[in-house]
Design a protein around this ligand. Structure first.
Ligand code: AVJ
Length: 334
């Protein structure tokens, strides 16, 4: 039997992931309006494009958060005595956690820490472990990685807790913005369930700001965000054998004021029939029809506190980057 050369090397886990992807594509692309879950934006190329987005002058989330973690790291860690365990959901390159630990090093008094890193991507966990390991020359941080969904990883981290002292969970980068309000509430409750009373959560959220600034961040003049968005179709063509005509899709970002979110869509300029063999799906897109690929909810500072209070936390402190409209909020589990 003929196989793609690479297919012979696909692991059982890879094949299972492709099956899940195919099932999700089948389900979400036949909803009205048609949509795709945003976490599928992050294959290897999508992750690289997102990292490029973080360097764009118009996308300020990453820089604003890094700057707050650097300037307020000491203050943040001063609230948490004694810190024993860190849990980061989606550590990315590990650079933010490293920045916080570095900024607050004086607060830690050489205490032994355990850092649980949770991500579905083995590559991300690898990179984050190396970043933290490099910072921590004297090996005072024990790094435990969980290649798992956030929910499963939280359960594992809570079950493995052994360091005495407080736990600080981190959910940074405004990743909470991809959840709709019921999803955000459910997810914050998952985090709360993995913590004990008196443990902490530090969450980074992008704030509501003038529409023109939001649209520039999600529809940049270099077209990097457009490429990031369109890459989702590249991925479906490659992994599921589909035949989306990429050139006819335009990237559209819009501000939905009623829902307080930026939306990304892919809009086809012409009517097209698309076959997606691995999802057993044939669809016809009308000229001008859109596929909704992402929502990024934007919060007001008090709304961040409100959703956290609903999920079983109380406010400890909040730091706002005024110029870039970004908030870090520290809460304690009640
Ligand atoms: C990684 C989800 C925080 O919503 O701002 C960047 C992803 N999408 N540009 C965001 C993203 C378009 C990003 N998050």
């Amino acid at each position: 039997m003929f196989m793609r050369p690479s297919a012979a090397f696909d692991s059982a886990a890879d094949r299972a992931a492709i099956q899940t992807f195919a099932g999700d594509v089948e389900y979400y692309l036949t909803l009205s309006p048609r949509q795709l879950p945003s976490h599928y934006l992050y294959d290897a190329l999508g992750t690289a494009l997102f990292e490029a987005i973080c360097e764009l002058p118009w996308y300020r989330i990453t820089r604003a958060e890094r700057s707050l973690l650097g300037s307020r790291g000491r203050e943040i860690l001063a609230h948490i005595k004694p810190l024993g365990t860190l849990i980061e959901l989606g550590p990315g390159s590990g650079e933010k956690l490293a920045g916080l630990v570095d900024a607050g090093a004086a607060q830690l008094h050489g205490a032994r820490l355990t850092a649980h890193l949770i991500d579905v991507s083995a590559a991300a966990l690898d990179l984050a472990s190396r970043t933290l390991g490099a910072l921590d020359a004297n090996q005072s941080i024990e790094i435990v990685t969980h290649q798992a969904t956030y929910e499963a990883g939280l359960v594992q981290a809570a079950a493995q807790k052994r360091s005495p002292g407080r736990t600080l969970a981190l959910f940074l980068g405004s990743n909470i913005g991809n959840f709709d309000p019921p999803g955000a509430d459910a997810f914050l409750r998952h985090i709360r369930a993995a913590l004990a009373i008196g443990d902490f959560l530090l969450i980074g959220t992008d704030l509501v700001k003038p529409e023109a600034e939001l649209l520039l961040a999600y529809d940049d003049p270099l077209g990097v965000t457009a490429a990031f968005n369109r890459n989702l179709l590249v991925r479906i063509n490659r992994e599921l054998g589909a035949d989306f005509d990429l050139a006819s899709f335009r990237h559209r970002a819009l501000w939905n004021d009623a829902e307080s979110r930026v939306e990304m869509h892919l809009v086809t300029a012409r009517r097209q029939q698309v076959r997606i063999p691995a999802a057993f799906l044939d669809i016809t897109l009308a000229a001008g029809e859109a596929i909704w690929t992402e929502s990024s909810y934007k919060y007001r500072p008090d709304a961040v506190v409100r959703i956290l209070e609903c999920a079983g936390f109380k406010l400890v402190d909040q730091w706002i980057h005024d110029e870039d409209g970004f908030a870090l909020t520290l809460v304690a589990a009640t």
